[in-house]
Write a protein that binds this ligand. Structure first.
Ligand SMILES: Nc1ncnc2c1ncn2[C@@H]1O[C@H](COP(=O)(O)OP(=O)(O)OP(=O)(O)O)[C@@H](O)[C@H]1O
Length: 253
């Protein structure tokens, strides 16, 4: 059974159809990339899946539970987490605190657990910090735990966002251009990290423009152009699809 099912999702902004009747599904523990030219509708698709935009038409579900109509925090509770194209960290907080905020959304006291009475609050806070340290270690940022997020190198900020998403215990993470602005070494480390996320059993859907990364990492690729899905298949199929070559890949591959 697919984990994510997207059926006929459409988003209109006034007269502009940013996402037009898009359907696809994602199997558990798959790595699926969504590619397409600038303005194709990829981020709008993620924004509908994560409750930032309400769909104009269509449905999406995760593990059989409807996502459409839910608020972002409810979608996180269903098990869908994301990172953003423009990094959204709390700049003046430490790396550890940024990950703890992700974890707070999944615990009894939530964000206010520090106010829980006595021992219960202290114990919950200790568990949250422990889990946040584990996620920092997972993404390779142990040494950065006590540094302010805004002081971290760019690639580390992107990995910190991934750690925060993972701290919510998601079944699936959506990564919006995770390699954007990374140097080749950082990109290589990112490939390793995404494979580690997959081996944890977390399904990964990413938007990415780095075609080397997309072709080497993806189990499957969905191609969008002008809001519509124009192809859906394994990297080799997508790479040789004449419509995709015309719309996007050109001489790049
Ligand atoms: N909030 C909004 N209001 C109006 N138009 C929007 C809004 N968000 C996106 N759009 C428009 O919808 C279309 C799709 O944009 P979207 O950001 O989803 O594309 P994209 O494929 O993610 O592009 P990129 O690769 O450049 O990030 C674009 O024409 C964009 O200008």
């Amino acid at each position: 059974m697919p984990l994510l099912v997207v059926e006929n999702l459409t988003k209109r902004f006034g007269g502009l159809v940013a996402v037009n009747n898009v359907s696809f599904s994602v199997e558990p523990a798959e790595i699926l990339s969504v590619i397409g030219p600038n303005g194709a509708g990829k981020t709008t698709l993620f924004n509908m899946l994560t409750g930032i935009h309400q769909a104009s038409e269509g449905n999406a579900s995760l593990a059989g539970r409807p996502l459409t109509g839910l608020k972002p925090h409810q979608i996180a509770e269903v098990g869908l987490a994301r990172t953003f194209q423009n990094i959204r960290l709390f700049g003046s907080m430490t790396a550890l605190e940024n990950v703890m905020i992700g974890r707070h959304s999944r615990t009894r006291g939530g964000f206010w657990s520090a106010l829980l009475p006595g021992k219960a609050g202290i114990e919950e806070e200790r568990q949250i910090a422990e889990r946040a340290h584990a996620e920092l270690a997972f993404v390779g940022l142990t040494a950065r735990a006590s540094q302010s997020a805004d002081r971290l190198p760019y690639g580390d900020q992107r990995r910190l966002e991934v750690a925060r998403a993972l701290a919510t215990d998601p079944q699936m993470v959506l990564l919006d251009e995770p390699a954007a602005g990374m140097n080749p070494q950082e990109t290589a480390a990112l490939v390793g990290l995404i494979r580690k996320i997959q081996s944890r059993g977390v399904t990964v859907v990413l938007i990415e423009h780095d075609m080397n990364l997309v072709m080497s990492l993806s189990d499957r690729i969905v191609v969008m152009n002008f809001g519509q899905k124009i192809a859906d298949g394994k990297p080799a199929q997508v790479r040789s699809n004449p419509q995709v070559i015309a719309a996007y890949l050109g001489g790049a591959v």
